[in-house]
Design a protein around this ligand. Structure first.
Ligand SMILES: [Mg+2]
Ligand SMILES: [Zn+2]
Length: 212
């Protein structure tokens, strides 16, 4: 089995990308989120546009994230559980490896990370998107397009909270969802287990793998 973990709002208590952009350009953040919801911009267009307005250095961004973002409880025990049960766990994020990898390291968590890349600078941040084929379902280079290669025929458990998880979650065998992802899956009739923290995910995964 493969466990796919979203990062922002799933591993963390709040979305680091939203937080960073809101700090720099709250008007741009609201405008771009509206464009995403109404379909006038794709997710990658929104991310690129939002981060053009972020003028901090990477060190400044990381300092702010370190001060203001915490992890949901239970990640180290979930990672240990996966190792014991031969479940490969991977972070698949629509955020940036340059932010995610330090956050995991601060918490002594070692997980492979598949994410976009960013170069911060005083004239705005430039995003380099991961090279991924368009998804056959939504037509965007979404997380779902990453799953067949990662899963290599194994069952997929998916953990997420937001917009970027919608398509991938619908392709998984077992879904843990919270926040707007949970509301979306309810509305579209996709079964999921609600979670608040990663203790819930570990317990749900244990029930799935080792039914009583
Ligand atoms: Mg998220
Ligand atoms: Zn898709």
């Amino acid at each position: 089995m493969l466990l796919v973990l979203d990062f922002d709002g799933t591993i963390t208590d709040r979305d680091t990308l939203d937080f960073i952009v809101e700090q720099h350009a709250p008007g741009v953040f609201r405008e771009a989120e509206k464009a995403l919801q109404t379909g006038t911009m794709t997710l990658n267009e929104v991310i690129a546009y939002e981060f053009e307005h972020v003028t901090s250095s990477l060190d400044e961004v990381l300092a702010l994230v370190r001060e203001r973002i915490t992890l949901r409880p239970g990640l180290p025990a979930l990672v240990d559980f996966c190792r014991e049960r031969f479940v490969d766990a991977v972070v698949v994020s629509s955020g940036f490896a340059e932010v995610i990898e330090p956050v995991l390291a601060w918490h002594d968590v070692s997980l492979p990370v598949i994410a976009h890349s960013v170069s911060f600078g005083p004239n705005g941040a430039a995003v380099t998107f991961i090279d991924r084929p368009p998804c056959p379902v939504c037509g965007e280079p979404c997380k779902r397009a990453e799953l067949p290669r990662l899963a290599a025929g194994r069952r997929i458990a998916y953990v997420g909270d937001g917009w970027s998880d919608r398509c991938g979650a619908a392709a998984a065998d077992l879904v843990f969802a919270r926040s707007s992802l949970a509301r979306h899956l309810t509305a579209t009739g996709v079964a999921y287990e609600p979670f608040d923290d990663l203790v819930d995910v570990r317990e749900g995964l244990a029930r799935y793998l080792l039914p009583a």
